[in-house]
Ligand binder design. Structure first.
Ligand code: PEP
Ligand code: MG
Length: 755
């Protein structure tokens, strides 16, 4: 059964559209269970109906036509009860309903399994047989397992359909729902960026000159052939004749009668060379992978491997990276700091990152740059995006493909409103961040990209609450040395001349991978991250701290924060190293004033809450990293779109933890800041004021919105609202309370624009 399920999944994965996928399933179910009928009904929630979408054995004309109400017939019962039903005499069941148009009367045996995706019934998979028969337990398990797998496959396949839906369809059909990563609206056309040698990421694109593309591909194949021949020569004395013959097989794939024939056909039809290569490889692997024999499946892997070699030669050949066209919306599997560094940021209208969720680092980068962005479109093939007209709705997390003019003008109006709001907020720039009853809450920025400095200064921030030192590390090809780091940190201090700056020591691991220091782990967010890496590598830590202290010579207002602290020992060890660095810098600069910085922790690991009374004795300040703290408290991976809906800044567990942290800091008289994305969410910021946080640090784009909130509420009101919020057991109750308070004060527009 397992092999059978694997094969069905494989075939469905290769289907070109949802309808083809469903047809494959019903055929395979009949073959596997040896029954006459198999059908799939899909839910149409708008009309509250189940629609027969594919069938083998019932009247084929009923497909797409037969509709039953959710509570009609045995199929409806399966959907309603959300569990399988196995009957040997279906017509005797009280819910049996005869549908003459389906021609199902004589079928006695019935087995149905609900198809459920993300807790919602999206359809029913059915098997039927003429003769009365009880399907066995193993057959029932097969259908249930297949239905569970099918749920994800249908959802993915529907996303793929969205990419090719004609413009005449309603815009809802051409909408993909993801997550808001950075607020704002963008209307433009897609430019796909893919990492080097990534075969699957290559977009379809028309060839500018067919002759030039033919020449290019032939050259790349020739070079790959030479490489294989050299490899074979090198291995001649190491491998036996049998293993060596593998190289001959590779050479055959690459010779003029092999793969290239199909690649050339694609080019002749107008595809550019890399796209033609990907398409030809897909066709070949589809054939290989459909064969049961593991030998052929291995050949599919070889083929892809060889194609990747050809692709490397093709890419080396390209004269330059594609230039950004006007109105470009960047589409990539995952946006990285390195990718953005290569591009003229002011020319990017919007960003679509297939992976990630609102608090992933890709989203944080987009937010910092003020570029509208959406993310979290798992399994949508990015190669189908190139050149597509897109609308990004960075408020809702929606992406519209090939929108019509009316939708474009609707969104252009929204963009105008947002611009008006920003203009209004800018009037508060010089005003203090003070509640109506006179409490000052300094607002700082989170930064790391030079491109972001100007905006941070422009919004009138009180300083830098979080300088993410890993960002300049991510943009290089090796660890930057001490002198280079001194230059980087000086540029920060020069930009923020009279304002305090908090440097966070290197925070890599998790979803922040240095290209030159890969950390490969099964569970990266629970692994070697932040301070754990740098304490294991004191040579990296010491160089960084010395560079920070040297850059700050003459200033006494800089602070150092330590990421991912989970124990007292880590604080002690870090302090010791910082003191060592301090003495070394003092020795190296005997005639200058080197100041010992204030040292604090980023409180983002739950264990640190319980260690806080001890940690507080050793540090000067606490800064809550709410992105990670919520991730660990709620056990929700920041990057995993399947569970992102469980992540909430309004979750009572998060608020309870913050309340506890505040109480300990108050008792120990230690200043408390928060530097996660939560601080930049206007509604959550009100709670932080109410909880008694001393200052808030956020992306520059949110600062004026949060200032507006602070200047509208009194601290006493914020405290009363927070007190009430803390009594609620559910995140949505907290949200609704805040929503009402904002509406009462005409701050509704900040909520929509607040993400
Ligand atoms: C956090 O975790 O809240 C934080 C500020 O750090 P980062 O988002 O860089 O992990
Ligand atoms: Mg963090």
């Amino acid at each position: 059964m397992l092999e059978c399920l694997r094969q069905i999944t494989q075939e469905v994965n290769l289907a070109t559209d949802t309808q083809q996928a469903l047809t494959i399933v019903v055929n395979r179910v009949c073959d596997t269970l040896g029954c006459e009928v198999s059908s799939i009904y899909l839910a149409d929630y708008q009309n509250q109906q189940l629609v027969l979408m594919a069938t083998r054995g019932l009247n084929p004309k009923a497909a797409g036509v037969l509709q039953l109400n959710f509570n009609q017939g045995i199929v409806g019962l399966v959907a309603q009860r959300e569990e399988p039903l196995n009957l040997d005499d279906a017509p005797a069941h009280p819910n049996f309903h005869y549908f003459p148009e389906a021609g199902e009367e004589p079928f006695y045996a019935f087995l149905g399994a609900p198809i459920i995706h993300q807790r919602k019934v999206i359809g029913v998979l059915v098997a039927q047989q003429k003769a009365p028969r009880q399907f066995s337990e193993s057959e029932e398990n097969f259908l249930v397992t297949l239905a569970a797998q099918l749920a994800g496959l249908i959802a993915e396949s529907k996303k793929r359909d969205t990419l090719s839906a004609p413009q005449s369809e309603s815009h809802l059909v051409r909408k993909l729902d993801g997550f808001p990563a950075a607020s704002g609206i963008a209307v433009g056309s897609a430019m796909v960026f893919y990492p080097p040698a990534d075969l699957d990421g290559i977009p379809d694109k028309p060839a500018k000159s067919i002759a030039a593309e033919v020449k290019r591909i032939k050259k790349a194949f020739r070079l790959a052939q030479n490489e294989i021949a050299t490899m074979k020569d090198r291995m001649e004395n190491v491998l036996g004749p049998e293993e060596l013959s593998l190289f001959d097989a590779y050479a055959n794939i690459l010779d003029k009668n092999g793969l290239i024939k199909d690649v050339l056909v694609e080019i002749e039809q107008g595809q550019w060379a890399p796209g033609a290569l990907r398409r030809a490889v897909d066709q070949h692997t589809r054939v290989f992978e459909a064969i049961e024999d593991p030998y052929f499946r291995e050949r599919a892997t070889d083929l892809r491997d060889l194609a990747r070699r050809v692709l490397i030669y093709l890419e080396n050949d390209r004269t330059a990276r594609p230039k950004l066209h006007k109105n470009a919306i960047l589409v990539a599997d995952e946006i990285s700091a390195g990718m953005l560094a290569e591009l003229p940021i002011d020319k990017i209208l919007g960003i679509v990152s297939m992976r990630g969720s609102p608090t992933s680092h890709a989203a944080i980068l987009a937010k910092a740059l003020g570029i509208p962005a959406v993310c979290g479109f798992d399994n949508v093939p990015i190669n189908r995006f190139e050149g597509q007209k897109l609308i990004i709705d960075g408020y809702q997390g929606a992406l519209f493909i090939a929108p019509d003019e009316s939708l474009v003008s609707f969104y252009q109006e929204l963009a105008k409103e947002e611009a008006k709001l920003v203009k209004n907020l800018e009037q508060d720039m010089e005003l203090p961040s003070e509640t109506t009853d006179g409490h000052n809450i300094p607002l700082l920025v989170n930064t790391g990209l030079i491109a972001d400095f100007e905006k941070s200064l422009h919004v009138g921030s009180d300083g830098v609450g979080l300088y993410r030192t890993e960002i300049p590390f991510l943009l290089r090809e090796q660890f930057p040395g001490e002198q280079e780091q001194i230059r980087i940190y000086r540029s920060v201090l020069e930009a923020f001349k009279d304002k305090s700056v908090t440097f966070r020591t290197l925070d890599i691991g998790g979803d922040k991978q240095l290209p030159y220091f890969p950390i490969i782990e099964d569970n990266p967010f629970l692994g070697w991250r932040g301070i754990r890496v740098t304490l294991d590598h004191p040579e990296i830590f010491l160089v960084q701290v010395k560079a920070i202290l040297t850059a700050a010579i003459g200033r006494n207002d800089i602070r150092i924060s330590l990421p991912m602290i989970s124990s007292v020992d880590e604080v002690e060890q870090s302090r010791r190293l910082i003191e060592q660095a301090f003495h070394e810098v003092q020795l190296a600069h005997p005639d200058e004033t080197v100041s010992m910085p204030e040292i604090g922790i980023i409180l983002e690991v739950p264990s640190a809450i319980y260690q806080l009374p001890f940690i507080a004795e050793q540090v000067d300040f606490i800064c809550v990293g709410s992105n990670d703290l919520a991730q660990y408290l709620l056990a929700v991976d920041r990057n995993n779109t399947r569970v992102s809906s469980l992540y909430s800044n309004y979750h009572p567990a998060v608020l309870g933890a913050l309340y506890q942290i505040r109480a300990i800091c108050y008792e120990q008289e230690i200043p408390l800041n928060l530097c996660g994305e939560m601080a930049g969410d206007p509604m959550a910021a009100l709670l932080l004021v109410g909880l008694g946080f001393d200052s808030l640090s956020m992306n520059a784009r949110s600062l004026l919105k949060v200032k507006k909130v602070i200047r509208t509420f009194s601290k006493a009101d914020a405290e009363a609202i927070t007190k009430e919020a803390l009594t609620y057991p559910r995140p949505n109750q907290v949200y609704n309370l805040l929503f009402q308070e904002f509406e009462k004060r005409q701050l509704g527009s900040l909520i929509r624009a607040g993400r």
